[in-house]
Design a protein around this ligand. Structure first.
Ligand SMILES: Nc1ncnc2c1ncn2[C@@H]1O[C@H](COP(=O)(O)OP(=O)(O)OP(=O)(O)O)[C@@H](O)[C@H]1O
Ligand SMILES: [Mg+2]
Length: 157
């Protein structure tokens, strides 16, 4: 078995939310999830699930125009959307990531990897395979996230 990543298949927005919910439930603080995927792939749908898993009732809306939104819960959810952002300078993203009581989820998160020289994060790649079908690949970077996806594997079995 290849244990370097996990591939999950979703057949509906609800199933994608459920996957997010598991990710939220497993989170312990200071997690960083970088979401990759085309427009309409389902990144925000996944974030809604993560919020539920953190016990957040608030309606999650895409923060496209505001860039960063924070939602209090069991842990604070920092929802960041970098779609329109060319430079992350001055956004204070490092401080959100550095918080033990936060979970930070970044849409178009690949933009952060080089600029912040990130070494530890979970890549969540969402691919559109059909109208309602998505392939979701979780790729851990760093020991911590290797352990994290082990826990997701436990949920699968
Ligand atoms: N299996 C699925 N999982 C997630 N979304 C799905 C699925 N099937 C259909 N959809 C639809 O795809 C759309 C996903 O929208 P969403 O806003 O989450 O995408 P996004 O990746 O955040 O896009 P953007 O880059 O514009 O922020 C929704 O309209 C949702 O109903
Ligand atoms: Mg979105």
């Amino acid at each position: 078995m290849d244990n370097t990543y996990i591939t999950l298949y979703s057949k509906s927005p609800l199933e994608t939310e459920e996957i997010g919910k598991i990710i939220g439930k497993i989170s312990e603080g200071r997690e960083l999830f970088l979401l990759l995927g085309d427009l309409g792939a389902g990144k925000t749908v996944l974030v809604k699930g993560i919020a539920k898993g953190l016990g957040i009732d608030a309606q999650i809306v895409s923060p496209t125009f505001i860039i960063i939104k924070n939602y209090p819960g069991r842990l604070t959810l920092n929802h960041i959307d970098l779609y329109r952002i060319n430079s992350i300078e001055g956004l204070g993203i490092e401080e959100y990531i550095d918080d033990d009581l936060s979970v930070t989820v970044v849409e178009w998160g690949e933009k952060l990897i080089d600029s912040l020289r990130l070494k530890e994060y979970l890549l969540v790649k969402i691919e559109i395979t059909d109208d309602n079908s998505r392939k979701i690949t979780l790729v851990p970077k760093g020991e911590r996230y290797i352990r994290f996806i082990e826990r997701i594997r436990e949920w699968q079995t």
